[in-house]
Design a protein around this ligand. Sequence first.
Ligand code: GLU
Length: 291
Amino acid sequence: MQEKQDERAQEKEARERLSGKKRIIIKIGSSSVTHPETGDVNLHMMEKLVRLICDLQGSGKDVMLVSSGAIAAGRKAMNFSQKPQETAVKQALAAIGQAKLMMVYQKLFSEYNHTASQILLTKFTLLNEEALGNARNTFEELFKLKSVPIINENDTVSTNEISFGDNDRLASLCASITDADLVILLSDIEGLYTDDPNRNPDAQLISFVPYIDETLWNMAKSSSKTSFGTGGMRSKIEAARIATDAGADMLIMSGQEIDSIWDALSGMPVGTLFAAHKTSFDLLDYVRNDY
Ligand code: GLU
C-alpha cells in the first residue's frame, strides 16, 4: 500500500518534470508514417507531427525525429505488393523510399519556415570513435542552426549483423549521443500493457516504470515480436533501458494521439513513462558488447 503511494508520488514528480525537458527525440514507426492498407505516405499524420515539432522547437526545445518508413515508402513507389525478402531489394527500396520521405518532410517543414536535415546512422558509426564524434558535432551544429534532424538507419549499407534492427533502440542510442533528456516512442498502442491488450481484455496499461525490474524484463523476453507494436515490447523495453541508463526519461504513447504530447509535457498521465536514472552508461561499450 505504502509502496503504491510512494510510486504514485514518484510518478507525479517525474511527470511534472517533463515540462522542463530541453532536448526531445520523437520516434515514429512505418505503420504511422504510411497507411498500412495501401503503403501510401500518411500525409495527415506527417503534417500533424511536423507542426507539433515546429511548435516544440518554437517553445525553445531542441527536437529530433527518428522516422522509419523508408522501405515501406519505397515499396509503394515501386508497386511492390508483397514485402520483399532479399536484403538487396529491401536496401534498394530503402534508398528510393528514404529520398521520398525526406522530400515530404522537407516540404512540410518548409511550410512552417523550418528546415529539416537528414542523418543516416549505422552501427559502424557508433563503433568508430571518430565517426561518433563527428555525428555528435553534426547534431550540435544542427541544433544551433535550428534545423530538425530526421534520423533513420542507413539501410542501404547495413547488413543483418550490423543492423540496429528497429528504430526504437536507435532513438535511445541517439539520446545518448546527443544528451537528450526525453525520448518519445509513438507506438501503435497507448503504452506498455501487462499483457497484449488485443488478446487479453484484462490487460492493464502500466502508467509508470520507476526502474526496469526482473519481472518487466522477463515479460519483455517472453513477448512476441508482433504483440506490442511493430518493434515488439522487447525492443521497447530495451530502448527504455538504454534511454533511462543514459539519463533520459522515455515515454511510450499512441501515435494516433500525437497532440497528447502537449498533455504529457504538462504533466498529465499519458502513455507509459520510464524514469531516467543516470548510470555510467557507456555507448561504445554497449554497442560493442550488448547489441
Ligand atoms: N529503417 C527501416 C525503414 O525506414 C525501419 C526500421 C523500423 O521499422 O524500426 O524502413
